[in-house]
Design a protein around this ligand. Structure first.
Ligand code: NDP
Length: 444
């Protein structure tokens, strides 16, 4: 049996109850076979077992008081996965489904994504099973303060720099930073990214993941003599990533016809009214079903169903395992030619293999959604030099980074015999840099 398969077996047994984590490891390791063959030092140094074991995982109690005066308890997590190339960096997710297996899958993916950006950032992730949905601002604030009261001792601008993810946006980052500052007694705003503009946030950070996704997809299409212009696009989700992917795709001349949330999806064949979406989601914090009250000609359907609509391009921007094998079959049947992963691991491994076999172009999450964390790293740079770049400067840097990530993934795939397979290429390019840094720093 190959070293890759043996390592995978050991990791599967060791983490048996964490199915999302095992899925993420499998997806990366399978593409590393030719790399391991060419680099016996990775076997000698047992890099695969080492890279799949977090450097540190922290689990803590988060008590908070609701508006009725009742004491509630949630569980907090921070997994500091790999610090070989920089301080741990990765978002916090607040969602009832969060448990160690989700945080570890996200942290593992983050190692390679952060490496691909070319910025000096290691991989980490965190979160809680707290559900911000339906909570008052006061409840969210008290939860965030309690969460940070424990987390602060484990993070710092040169140690570990959290950011947002599902359920953690500008409001939550503000409350978290306020509590950090209060406890530390210092204005160390490089400790968190995704901050408000008036206390050290970066212009274009809010837009970065969605915009970056479209920059990446456009590069992929260009490499295949295509363009996103005049294409019809399906998007799932209606959060931070989905909204700005929709905005940028439409500004590039595409027609986005769907968005969704966990209750249902909207279909607007004329193209999504992005200003209305921003008002509904960002200002009023309402459900996506609200949209059809303002656009009665559009449709709202309950449940999953986005992937059964007809279009040229699919952009899953909601959550993991959103495109399953039956959805992938529908996409292929309906003529979808490209999938761009805005969410992390939105496609099951079976569906991913099927899409690639069917010749669908796939922009993998590690590469395609790396614009968010790359811009977070730009926010850290601005905090260090106590200076703020203009929107155009940040956006231009983001664009350059996405072009470079596409190039690295494409070249790595070619070098190791995968042709134009960006899924394998992103895994290889992200992995090699970290593996080499680990070896250079000795056996630990
Ligand atoms: P948001 O919280 O802003 O939005 C999440 C969206 O996904 C909402 O529409 C939500 O619907 C939907 N969603 C979440 N969980 C589920 C679920 N279990 N089933 C169905 N729909 C669900 O998060 P983001 O937009 O920030 O994140 C979306 C994805 O992008 C995640 O996978 C995240 O890890 C990834 N990502 C985010 C980055 C960022 O910069 N924000 C960077 C890189 C990746 P509802 O409101 O009904 O829950």
């Amino acid at each position: 049996m190959s070293y890759v398969k043996e390592a995978l077996e050991r990791i599967t047994v060791r983490n048996a109850s964490e199915k999302e984590f095992i899925q993420a490891v499998e997806e990366v390791f399978e593409s590393l076979e030719p790399v391991i063959e060419r680099h016996p030092e990775y076997v000698d140094k047992n890099i695969l077992d080492r890279i799949a074991e977090p450097e540190r995982q922290i689990i803590f109690r988060v008590p908070w008081v609701d508006d009725e005066g009742k004491v509630k308890v949630n569980r907090g997590f921070r997994v500091q996965f790999n610090g070989a190339i920089g301080p741990y960096k990765g978002g916090l997710r607040f969602h009832p489904s969060v448990y160690l297996g989700i945080v570890k899958f996200l942290g593992f993916e983050q190692i390679f994504k952060n490496s691909l950006t070319g910025m000096p950032i290691g991989g980490g992730k965190g979160g809680s099973d707290f559900d911000p949905k339906g909570k008052s601002d006061g409840e969210v604030m008290r939860f965030c303060q309690s969460f940070m009261t424990e987390l602060y001792r484990h993070i710092g601008p040169d140690v570990d720099v959290p950011a947002g993810d599902i359920g953690v946006g500008g409001r939550e980052i503000g409350y978290l930073y306020g509590q950090y500052r209060r406890i530390r007694g210092a204005f160390e705003n490089g400790v968190l990214t995704g901050k408000g503009l008036n206390y050290g946030g970066s212009l274009a950070r809010k837009e970065a993941t969605g915009y970056g996704l479209i920059y990446f997809v456009e590069e992929m299409l260009k490499a295949n003599r295509q363009s996103i212009k005049d294409k019809s696009v399906l998007i799932s989700g209606s959060g931070n990533v989905a909204i700005y992917a929709c905005e940028k795709a439409q500004s590039f001349g595409a027609r986005v016809v769907s968005l969704s949330d966990s209750a249902g999806y909207i279909y607007d064949p004329k193209g999504i009214d992005i200003d209305l979406i921003k008002e509904i989601k960002e200002v009023r914090r309402q459900r996506i079903s609200e949209y059809v009250k303002h656009h009665p000609e559009a449709e709202y359907h309950e449940g999953r169903g986005v992937w059964g609509l007809k279009a040229d391009i699919a952009l899953p921007c909601a959550t993991q395992n959103d495109i399953r094998i039956e959805d992938a079959r529908l996409l292929v049947k309906n003529g979808v030619m490209a999938v761009g992963e805005g969410a992390n691991m939105p496609t099951t491994n079976e569906a991913l293999k099927y899409l690639l076999e069917e010749g669908v172009l796939v922009a993998p999450a590690k590469a395609a959604n790396a614009g968010g964390v790359a811009t977070s790293a730009l926010e850290m740079s601005q905090n260090s030099i106590r200076y703020a770049w203009s929107f155009e400067e940040v956006d231009q840097k983001l664009h350059g980074i996405m072009v470079q990530i596409h190039k690295s993934a494409m070249e790595a795939a070619e070098e190791y015999g995968y042709g134009y397979n960006l899924v394998a290429g992103a895994n290889i390019a992200g992995f090699k840099k970290v593996a080499e840094a680990m070896i250079a720093q000795g056996d630990y």
